[in-house]
Ligand binder design. Structure first.
Ligand code: KG4
Ligand code: ZN
Length: 337
């Protein structure tokens, strides 16, 4: 089965060809530059770029895979959650490719895509496992008991982890997206320079919160003044990163302590964060559980993960999907399948 997958839920235009657990191609066209001058993603600009880029990105994905469109068995596409205009470009393109060829269409949940990045070669991870997904739009701990879906055990009550990285990076005068730049700046700073709250530490549940941490940083910056912030930028970045990583690992540890898990996986853009990867590695060693860390290009948004999820989802036959609509918010807060 050769699956052509398309992902346009946010600001990256992505297409991939997946065959079994093997990635035949995985093309990502980043729009970072187009949004950088605005300090964040502008939804309408994202949609317009997707409109221009989707077809060439799909052609490149087929080309790199050495596969013609006639050899494709089904078309997978992110149907939500995400920016509605951006999602609609991907979904319409997928329908336009699938319908004339009478191919089945597989609508995929974006978060299940991040989970399914772990099912890809080499060394696909078999369920059951505990998955921490932290991205620019979502933060959740999920129980993955089979390939077809996941159960949300906890999620952010306000900002996503990546959103907090991006907003704090902006406060520190870094570009967009802020996560990677903040990590680089933090390398020169002292993570203990400022005492910041590790939110939800005493909360017995598995939910997250990042807006208090972001606000604490904003107050610190206000008190330090522009000159003070300039002098202490690296310390501020390192202290913020330590608190954010501390919260993510504390909740993962709590979920592990509830027992029954022998493997852990990470997903989403923040899973590319070096100190988070190190902290989770140490935690898993301590707890004696296996850790799967997908390569960085499979942490951030990509279409190979959508193709991977599609392998285990129910395809919609032609013409049933012609009236199928994208969904901007999570459809099923408790369980996704
Ligand atoms: O999964 P993703 O590519 O897109 C969404 O689904 O949101 O995640 C993007 C997010 C951004 O907020 C970005 O700043 C963050 O992931 N990110 C990082 C790192 N690399 C990307 N955050 C912290 N450290 C990183 N190295
Ligand atoms: Zn994502």
């Amino acid at each position: 089965m050769k699956i052509l997958a398309i992902e346009t839920s946010c600001d990256d235009t992505c297409a991939a060809v997946v065959e079994g657990s093997e990635i035949r191609s995985n093309v990502i066209s980043s729009q970072d530059e187009a949004h950088a001058k605005f300090g964040g993603i502008v939804p309408e600009i994202a949609s317009r770029h997707h409109l221009e880029l989707t077809v060439p990105v799909v052609e490149l994905a087929l080309d790199e895979a050495g596969v013609s469109i006639g050899e494709i068995d089904s078309v997978a596409v992110t149907a939500g959650p995400g920016l509605i205009g951006a999602l609609l470009v991907g979904l319409s393109t997928a329908k336009a490719i699938a319908a004339p060829r009478r191919l089945p269409l597989v609508p995929v949940d974006h978060l299940q895509g991040h989970v399914a990045a772990n099912f890809l070669a080499p060394e696909p991870l078999e369920p059951p496992f505990l998955c921490l997904v932290a991205s620019g739009g979502h933060t959740m701990l999920a129980a993955v008991r089979d390939h077809a879906g996941h159960e949300v055990l906890g999620q952010t009550l306000d900002d996503a982890a990546g959103e907090a990285f991006d907003k704090v990076a902006r406060l520190l005068g870094l570009g967009f997206p802020g996560g990677p730049a903040l990590q680089r700046l933090a390398e020169d700073g002292d993570p203990e320079a400022f005492e910041l709250p590790v939110a939800m530490a005493r909360d017995p549940g598995l939910d997250f919160s990042f807006s208090g941490l972001k606000t604490a940083l904003a107050y610190l910056c206000r008190d330090l003044g522009p000159e003070g912030v300039k002098e202490r930028r690296a310390d501020l970045a390192a202290s913020f990163q330590a608190a954010a990583v501390g919260q993510l690992t504390a909740k993962l540890k709590r979920a592990l302590k509830r027992g029954g898990w022998s493997a852990v996986a990470l997903g989403g853009g923040v899973a590319a964060n070096g100190p988070l990867r190190e902290a989770v590695t140490t935690l898993c060693e301590e707890q004696g559980v296996r850790l799967k860390l997908v390569p960085l290009e499979l942490c951030t948004d990509n279409a190979a993960m959508i193709g991977s999820a599609a392998r285990f989802a129910t395809p919609m036959p032609y013409p049933d999907y012609l009236s199928y609509d994208a969904f901007p918010s999570s459809r099923a807060p408790a369980a996704v399948r």
